[in-house]
Design a protein around this ligand. Structure first.
Ligand SMILES: *Cc1c(COP(=O)(O)O)cnc(C)c1O
Length: 391
């Protein structure tokens, strides 16, 4: 891409309804948001965040940050291996490890950075990474960065995965998967994946960005669905910017694995530690996640309400038992038209288009939050029904 190729390339994106634009959020994240606050219609009912438990704007998190800032100021000032590793980070790592039931945990600045650090720390060009076709982009990029051979299997196809594992001659193998697929909402087959990892002596890397806080009785995430989590080949990643409502990520696993990552994960070693005030916020969030089971129970009630309310529409809901409930539309232009029409009714729902999803599978990604009321879901269903009548 040269400088003079940019304008025509951007115009080309417009022709295919693929240009992305940002809208400016005024005020807090939540189920009612103010976007581009200077325009006429600026307040929306939103189904487009990953704030699944409604904690991003929770007063307990804000108070934890206020107290931390009063005591220690803002910046970490250094990488973890220099003087940036604060007591608040250290305490949070222990809390997170205990919460998910694994021996040790390590904080990263983002989930993207965590994966870019972990895979290259374990694999080189003699290794092989096996990934579900629908994995998040960060897992694909992490495999590319590691220089290992990247083998992608069709979504959820355990038979093909096993064939690929059986025919691999790589010394180090790693299976990487989303636990909850981010644009589909369905769950990976965790027990089968763990069995395959054992049979073929592979690492199992679970990206639980959308499961942590949401799945499991106390919100421990996808590991709550595994019978046996004391498994030295298990690597668990969760992000802290989604259900936890803050920012950052952590990797959990055996003590030796975490010790190795402290030494070898380049996105851990060569970057400034996150402001420790954010670790204080996550600690506060963790207490709410564990204690307030009503948030998860309410999410389930919202999911049921949505499924009942949208039955019979021309666009099917994709099969999902999680707060990610995509409505399959198909064409890019039609998904954009629907998103625009909903916005005109004051409802915010993102149109997800390629390359985020496969061509021909553009969708409206409904994302539910414990902060939604049943009436909010009813309003969404009514808005969509109105559009279906005029489709
Ligand atoms: C959001 C997301 C990430 C990236 O996490 P960040 O902390 O936002 O960088 C990784 N994996 C999946 C599946 C995600 O949805």
């Amino acid at each position: 891409m040269t400088p003079d190729q940019l304008a025509p390339a951007l115009a080309e994106l417009d022709t295919h309804s693929l240009r992305r634009v940002r809208r400016v959020l005024d005020g807090p994240q939540g189920v009612r948001v103010t976007l581009d606050g200077t325009s006429y219609l600026s307040s929306y009912l939103s189904f487009s965040s990953n704030d699944y438990l409604g904690l991003a704007n929770h007063p307990a998190l804000a108070e934890a940050v206020r107290q931390a800032v009063a005591n220690i100021g803002v910046g970490a000032g250094a990488a973890h291996l220099l003087t940036g590793h604060h007591r608040l980070h250290h305490t949070l790592e222990n809390e997170l490890a205990e919460f998910v039931g694994l021996p040790a945990a390590l904080l990263f600045s983002t989930g993207y950075m965590a994966s870019l650090g972990v895979l290259p720390a374990l694999l080189d060009r003699h290794g092989e990474v096996f990934e579900d076709k629908l994995n998040h982009a960060s897992l694909v990029d992490a495999a590319v960065l590691s220089r290992a051979k990247l083998t992608r299997y069709p979504h959820a196809d355990m038979t093909l995965l096993e064939q690929r594992l059986a025919s691999s001659t790589a010394k180090v193998k790693l299976i990487a998967t989303d636990t909850v697929f981010s644009m589909d909402g369905d769950l990976a087959q965790l027990a089968e994946l763990q069995a395959l990892a054992r049979r073929y002596d592979a690492w199992l890397y679970l990206d639980d960005a959308h499961g942590f806080g949401v799945l499991g009785k106390q919100g421990q995430g996808a590991l709550a669905l595994l019978d046996d989590r004391i498994d030295p080949r298990l690597i668990y990643l969760a992000t802290l910017g989604k259900a936890a409502g803050v920012s950052g990520a952590f990797v959990a696993g055996s003590a030796e694995l975490i010790e190795w990552l402290v030494n070898k994960a380049r996105t851990y070693v060569f970057t400034t530690a996150q402001p420790p005030m954010l670790a204080a916020a996550v600690s506060a969030s963790l207490r709410l996640i564990a204690a307030e089971g009503w948030r998860r129970a309410h999410l389930l009630a919202l999911i049921d309400r949505l499924k009942a309310g949208l039955a019979g529409l021309p666009w099917p809901l994709m099969p999902s038992a999680t707060p990610i409930q995509p409505l399959l539309v198909g064409s890019n232009a039609e998904s954009m038209r629907l998103a625009d029409a909903l916005r005109a009714q004051g409802v915010l729902l993102p149109a997800i288009r390629p390359p985020t999803v496969p061509p021909g599978e553009a969708r409206l990604r409904i994302s539910l939050s414990a902060a939604h009321s049943l009436a909010d879901v009813d309003a969404l269903c009514a808005a969509l029904k109105l559009l279906a009548q005029h489709a």
